[in-house]
Design a protein around this ligand. Structure first.
Ligand code: BV8
Ligand code: ZN
Length: 251
């Protein structure tokens, strides 16, 4: 049962911040980061692959993992969680969407100005000179395999995924805008994140310190349970459409 107080806060909100994690893409069939890695990568912890050392130690293993993930996203569709978040932006005067995800499912659901704290699968670049690399869509990747990364056409350096690896700084502008939004919003929603990765996990605490009410949507408890005013236990693709229905259906 969704509380009337929560619905009222959503209807009255002038500025809502939504922070999403891998859980918002789970119902699109994208495995969350915590899910055990499969196939070729099953004996690795994600943080061993999602770092420069891991890439330089075995570029084909890591590039193959990102290409496998990129193709899973290419073949996936946004789910009702993504589409409802895009609809909310049309009903609330200001909605700041911050994501830790590297997929483009929010954009494909119609959300604009998405703040990507951890980069994107779709913007690889040269590890040496930083020149952007354009994926050749024809890359025949479906199976889980090692793939040698391409070489930069400018300096012949290795091309790396355009994501933020462990030990790397978050993009300064997205990070600053995200912190600012959490400090100036009246309502914050945390959707599908375990809150285990920093400094992204700091954002809800910035809001909480200023007594901003927090709504959490997650089938399992997280460290955010104690600071959330409303903990909605369940799947984002089921709960978000219900919230939207109750708050905006009669308008
Ligand atoms: C940095 C891109 C320093 C790559 C990712 C304290 C402060 C600062 C840093 C640290 C710190 N402590 C430790 C660190 C280091 C590190 C870190 O956080 N380590 C962790 C493991 C402890 N942080 C860093 O290295 C960061 N950089 O600090 O730089 C610095 C400073 C100055 C100069 C130089 C350097 C960089 C971190 C970014 C790492 N990159 N992604 C890639 O994707 O391959 S993080 C990656 O993991 C994902 O992007 C995602 O953000 C994260 C996983 O988290 P979630 O999204 O929450 O996913 P998860 O699977 O964990 O949880 C899913 C949730 O969904 C679950 O709760 C589940 O219940 C729920 N769910 C499931 N189904 C559903 C659902 N919810 C709703 N509906 C459903 N249907
Ligand atoms: Zn280069």
């Amino acid at each position: 049962m969704i509380s009337a107080k929560l619905i009222d806060l959503l209807k009255q909100a002038k500025h809502l911040v939504i922070l999403t994690g891998a859980g918002v893409s789970a119902e699109s069939g994208i495995p969350t980061f915590r899910d055990a890695l499969t196939g070729l990568w099953e004996n690795y912890d994600a943080s061993q692959l999602a770092c420069e050392e891991g890439f330089l130690a075995d570029p084909a293993l890591v590039w193959g993992w990102y290409e496998w993930r990129r193709h899973r996203v290419l073949n996936a569709q946004p789910n009702p969680a993504h589409t409802t978040i895009a609809k909310l932006a049309k009903r609330i005067p200001k909605l700041t969407l911050i994501t830790q995800n590297v997929d483009d499912l929010h954009e494909r659901a119609g959300s604009g100005d998405v703040l990507h704290l951890h980069g994107s699968l779709n913007h690889p670049r040269c590890i040496k000179c930083g020149a952007p690399y354009q994926h050749l869509e024809a890359t025949p990747v479906g199976c889980e395999s090692r793939i040698d990364p391409p070489n930069c056409s400018v300096c012949n350096g290795l091309v790396r995924p355009g994501v933020v690896w462990f030990g790397e700084r978050l993009p300064a502008e997205q990070w600053d805008l995200s912190k600012e939004a959490c400090k100036t919003c009246e309502l914050m929603m945390i959707v599908g994140t375990s809150g285990m990765v920093w400094p992204a996990a700091e954002l809800p605490y910035l809001a909480e310190r200023l007594d901003v009410p927090i709504i959490q949507i997650n089938p399992t408890d997280t460290s955010f349970n104690i600071i959330a005013k409303f903990n909605l236990c369940g799947k984002a693709g089921e709960i978000l459409p219900k919230l939207y229905e109750e708050a905006f259906s009669d308008l």
